[in-house]
Write a protein that binds this ligand. Structure first.
Ligand SMILES: Nc1ncnc2c1ncn2[C@@H]1O[C@H](COP(=O)(O)OP(=O)(O)OP(=O)(O)O)[C@@H](O)[C@H]1O
Ligand SMILES: [Mg+2]
Length: 270
């Protein structure tokens, strides 16, 4: 059993109400100008991977999806990950999001080694700490807009009155309140992605992982999603976004380029 209280305690309890004007306590960095960690006193490294490998074995075919990835991401950063199809971007994002384990290597999330955690502990850690946004929205068709956004809070056992407040605040913020009783299939792609972002942030996660969040959107809706992600980042939420779009990557502070399962370059925007 992993001891989540050391060295950096992770908040697995009911999240605090959203207050995007106040940075997270761990957000020691100014999001607009990421600084090297050496300028901070005992900075909690949010994400630190060391020599991650991921091997998929299916029908006697072995695929090395990750081939030694070592990266660090600090609280408050907005990082884009780019690279050709099949280079391992989604695989890396899934491991960072505790949806999957690496085959080899270490992953420290706020100082706790999580790379070998079992699914149950990973699921507990995901709740309230990590929000996901996917290219295909991944909303639950049988649930209304309101119920989709409420779901993470139900998992966290947030009391009903607080749930209502948090869900309504997000629906309002994403300008989707008027669709609260609609089902996902009744919405446009842009509206569905706004609901998905509301769901990703409703539990006030430390990090949002977005896998090609504008991939299925036209440029107007894509820009709206990028503006929403930027606003969240300016409010203190760390964002790691996979994208094929240089335009979207331009919203990030740093671009990590992957090729054949390895990091090939990292560029900081000044
Ligand atoms: N569950 C799996 N089983 C077997 N192979 C997999 C699995 N998931 C990914 N792969 C393989 O791992 C490699 C990396 O896949 P990944 O989905 O991470 O690429 P990607 O960079 O996200 O590509 P894209 O830009 O097309 O989304 C690919 O060769 C892929 O076929
Ligand atoms: Mg992918």
């Amino acid at each position: 059993m992993h001891n989540l209280s050391t060295p950096q305690p992770l908040n697995l309890s009911t999240p605090q109400p959203l207050n995007l004007s106040t940075p997270q306590p761990l957000n020691l960095l100014n999001p607009s100008t990421p600084q090297p960690s050496s300028t901070l006193i005992n900075p909690p490294i949010m994400i630190k991977t060391s020599n991650l490998h991921k091997l998929f074995t299916t029908d006697e075919v072995e695929t090395t999806a990750l081939n030694g990835v070592s990266i660090e991401i600090q609280p408050g950063e907005f990082v884009a990950m780019m690279g050709p199809s099949g280079c391992g971007k989604s695989t890396l994002l899934n491991i960072l999001g505790l949806l999957d384990n690496p085959t080899e290597g270490e992953y420290h999330f706020f100082g706790t080694e999580v790379g070998k955690m079992n699914e149950r502990n990973r699921a507990n850690l995901r709740k309230g700490n990590i929000g996901f946004v996917f290219q295909s929205f991944n909303l639950i068709d049988e649930l209304t807009v309101y119920e989709n956004v409420e779901l993470p809070l139900l998992y966290l056992k947030t009391p009903a009155s607080e749930r209502k407040k948090l869900v309504e605040a997000q629906l309002d913020r994403m300008n989707i309140m008027h669709r609260r009783n609609h089902f996902p299939q009744q919405l446009s792609g842009g509206q569905q992605q706004r609901v998905a972002i509301a769901r990703a942030v409703v539990a006030n996660p430390k990090v949002i992982l977005a896998d090609e969040p504008t991939g299925n959107l036209d440029s107007t809706n894509g820009l709206e999603v990028m503006n929403l992600l930027t606003q969240l980042n300016q409010g203190g939420t760390t964002i790691v976004m996979v994208t094929h779009s240089p335009h979207d990557a331009g919203f990030a502070h740093r671009i990590i380029n992957l090729f054949d399962g390895k990091v090939v370059t990292e560029n900081f925007h000044v």
